[in-house]
Design a protein around this ligand. Structure first.
Ligand code: F6R
Length: 365
């Protein structure tokens, strides 16, 4: 099953051009410039009635939910909240009768996510699953949902499930957007960008050798910071989580501008900062955050867009990714971070596919 790959994690990272394609297959409607789903099990009147969405999940799936929040609010202008399932299940927040819940989960068996979903269902909210494992508990108990079709994910560190979740959330944002404020033309633009995504991801994977060199340079460090803004803020959190879980290095993700409110004190010559700084409106702001770190002698690894000829003078190391629409950047910027965690873990002699203390599906509270 592993083929030529040394580990499942690496195999699953390299499967992403395909898994992203599979998440979109049959779901793009060019004529109507929207997405379509077979299993939402709600009428368009019911869906039109929704005025608030809660996304609930754990871990990496929770990071995908955070990208989803930005996407849905931007495309559809529906207020979205992202809740840790472990909190939501005991928190009893006020949800109105127009609130819809999505439980996001690779395995479909995460105990907290299942419990949060049951609690929302019991209260009568339409409760849908975004899930990979067909026939899993969450998939069965949800009122409806969307499968990822990512294929089985064996590595404990979630990789392809994350990009598939983000893809499905993009489709949902497009769908809700086109029921509300989004124009046909804007919908078509998103579809066009989505269609080129498998190619973009394929090209991103070519950074593998560069990432390996960077891993070699920094694998002995004991602390890392991951920084990004807007759509790349959740990517920073996800990059830090990947590094923590498989290489046992302490890492923290932050929205880049939060640095000066505390974390900047951690910066020194031995604490690398991974800056996710692709092209876009926020670019100059992230660059000034990056310069603050450089001024404190912190090594900087930048994830930047191809054609950015300025970044190499500012950062110690650069990993280039193809340019894409800002709202779709997480699908490419997350990939070098997965590879970086993988190579650092390898160099530290860690068990990449089965990290200590962790299980692939967390079926206990
Ligand atoms: C991290 C990771 C975990 C899971 C979390 C939720 O790489 O794999 O953080 O994302 O345990 O799992 P699912 O998505 O199966 O509910």
């Amino acid at each position: 099953e592993l083929g030529d790959y040394a580990h499942y994690m690496l195999k699953e990272i390299f499967e992403q051009p395909n898994s992203i394609e599979n998440a979109m297959r049959g779901r793009l409607d060019e004529d109507e410039a929207t997405a379509k789903f077979g299993g939402l099990n709600l009428s368009s009147q019911q869906l039109r009635h929704i005025d608030r969405i809660v996304l609930t999940a754990c871990g990496t799936s929770w990071h995908a939910a955070m990208v989803g929040e930005y996407l849905i609010e931007e495309f559809a202008r529906i207020p979205v909240e992202v809740e840790y399932a472990s909190e939501l299940r005991y928190r009893n927040p006020p949800l109105n009768d127009r609130t819809m819940i999505f439980a996001i989960t690779q395995s479909g068996e995460t105990a907290d996510t299942l419990a949060a979903m049951r609690e929302c269902k019991r209260k009568g909210h339409p409760t849908l699953a975004i899930c990979n494992v067909v026939g899993s508990s969450i998939a069965r108990e949800a009122d409806g949902g969307v499968y990822l079709h990512a294929g089985s994910e064996v590595g404990v560190a979630s990789t392809k499930a994350f990009t598939s979740q983000v893809t499905v959330l993009t489709l949902l944002a497009l769908f809700f957007g086109r029921m509300r404020h989004m124009s046909w033309q804007a919908g078509r633009n998103i579809i066009r960008e989505l269609r080129t995504m498998p190619e973009h991801v394929e090209r991103t994977l070519k950074c593998h050798d560069v990432v390996q060199e960077i891993a070699d340079k920094y694998h002995r460090c004991s602390n890392f910071l991951y920084l990004g803004r807007l759509y790349n803020f959740p990517v920073a959190l996800e990059g830090a989580l990947k590094l923590k879980e498989i290489s046992y290095i302490h890492a923290e993700g932050y929205p880049a501008a939060e640095m000066k409110h505390g974390p900047l004190a951690l910066v020194d010559e031995n604490t690398p900062s991974v800056f996710i700084v692709p092209k876009g409106g926020i670019y100059p702001k992230v660059i000034s955050n990056l310069e603050e770190v450089k001024a404190r002698k912190g090594p900087v690894i930048a994830i930047a867009c191809e054609g950015d000829d300025r970044i190499a003078d500012l950062a110690d190391d650069v990993i280039y990714v193809p340019e894409t629409d800002e709202c779709l950047q997480p699908l490419v910027t997350s990939i070098p971070l997965q590879l970086l965690a993988y190579h650092i873990a390898l160099l530290r002699g860690c068990n990449v596919d089965r990290p200590r203390n962790l299980a692939k599906s967390v079926t206990v509270e």
